[in-house]
Design a protein around this ligand. Structure first.
Ligand SMILES: Nc1ncnc2c1ncn2[C@@H]1O[C@H](COP(=O)(O)OP(=O)(O)O)[C@@H](O)[C@H]1O
Ligand SMILES: N[C@@H](CCC(=O)OP(=O)(O)O)C(=O)O
Length: 361
């Protein structure tokens, strides 16, 4: 069988792996592993981003007292992730394929060193034919430290790993042009990158076990497609869905986001996705803003900086804000904030944000 891509990220949503009563749907899981194995055997490199930790843990422990939502999530995910990865391990072993667990947090995407460590880990796994199975480390990611949902995480992984495509499997065939329960609504088959406003179609309702909903899925998909990666939203509950979606010439019902043609450097991709992790702000004067947003590739020099707000370390992500208070981009700091403050206004020293580490909105 000939497939369209050679390197893909596949996100499996909570509700794909969960039965109506909230328990883990091992039959579905097993079917998806068979499909990933089929792709793997045809030379497609796959990274799985799998939800389901909280759902798998729920049926395993009965807390002695009523738990607050954070404690419940920590308890269920701690137990459930062990159960989930164990199942995957056994299921892949039946195909003589090794898989491995990668747990991550939002913080790990904010520092370039952690980011590269994660990337390296998954590269070495793929190189050795091991399938990485990624999930958020729900035991320690709570409240504002959490990803919006695993769609956000899967977008970051797809960009980080330079994937050809990101396949988001949910419990629905794709994005409908109306309420999915309305018989007149149909699946939008193709979306051209980030240009289309989808908010009028997408309901804010979510499936019973999902966290983010379709609207986050759409905005992540548009952002990822804008970076040159095809995104497909399809129904993970359908038989043999992955090969059917990915075979050359596929006509399977799904929503496909057409990737932008422009090539973007991998560092810039990381920075573009990292705004949410920014540790501080760099305020600049009008002249500097004009230079940065002009046609020439220009680095941000300390001579044009008017203020530095917040504390950050060298290599942390920072926001770049113009004179009118509007953010113009994000970048990776070349100095820590303490040193940068003392150097404001200086010329002829290394830039505060080098052009290669600068992403303008
Ligand atoms: N226009 C739409 N098209 C498709 N699904 C929609 C739309 N508007 C809202 N939804 C809802 O989004 C749900 C999928 O999002 P979500 O619950 O986050 O899934 P997952 O757990 O797979 O990430 C669907 O089950 C559907 O109820
Ligand atoms: N990390 C969580 C999944 C959270 C989540 O956002 O799930 P999803 O709605 O499928 O994107 C878990 O494994 O239970």
């Amino acid at each position: 069988m000939a497939y369209q891509f050679t390197r893909i990220a596949v996100k499996i949503g909570s509700n794909v792996l969960t039965r109506k009563d909230g328990s883990l749907d091992v039959t579905r899981m097993s079917a998806l592993v068979d499909q990933v194995a089929e792709l793997h055997q045809h030379g497609v490199e796959v990274v799985l981003i799998s939800s389901g930790a909280v759902a798998s843990g729920r049926s395993e422990v009965k807390p002695g007292r009523k738990l607050d939502p954070v404690s419940a999530r920590q308890l269920y995910s701690a137990v459930g992730q062990a159960k989930l990865i164990n199942r995957y391990f056994e299921l892949f072993r039946e195909h003589k394929i090794a898989c491995g667990q990668v747990l991550t947090t939002k913080e790990n995407f904010g520092s370039r060193t952690h980011y590269l460590n994660q990337k390296h880990c998954m590269e070495v796994m793929l190189e050795n034919n091991v399938i990485p199975i990624v999930n958020e480390n729900d035991t320690i990611s709570v409240t504002e430290l959490m990803f919006t949902d695993n769609d956000e995480l899967s977008g970051l992984i797809a960009t980080m790993m330079g994937m050809d495509a990101l396949i988001i499997l949910s419990n629905i065939d794709g994005i409908y042009n109306g309420n999915p329960s309305d018989p007149a609504a149909t699946v939008i088959r193709e979306i051209d990158g980030g240009k289309q406003d989808l908010s009028e179609y997408v309901q804010t309702s979510k499936s019973s076990f999902g966290r983010g909903g379709m609207l986050t899925k759409c905005s992540i998909a548009q952002k990822v497609a804008d970076e040159g990666i095809t995104v497909i939203i399809g129904n993970g509950k359908k038989e043999n869905i992955l090969p059917r979606l990915l075979v050359k010439g596929s006509t399977e019902v799904c929503t496909r986001f057409i990737p932008a043609a422009k090539p973007v450097s991998s560092v810039k991709k990381w920075i573009a996705h990292s705004e949410g992790f920014a540790k501080g702000e760099i305020h600049i004067n009008k002249g500097t803003e004009e230079a940065l947003t002009g046609p020439r590739a220009t680095s941000l020099l300390l001579v044009g900086v008017t203020a530095i707000i917040g504390e950050f370390e060298k290599n942390d992500i920072v926001k770049i804000v113009g004179e009118d208070g509007i953010q113009i981009g994000v970048g990776c700091a070349g100095y820590d904030s303490r040193e940068a403050v003392t150097l404001i206004g200086q010329r002829d020293i290394k830039p505060l944000v080098h052009y290669d580490y600068l992403y303008l909105d």
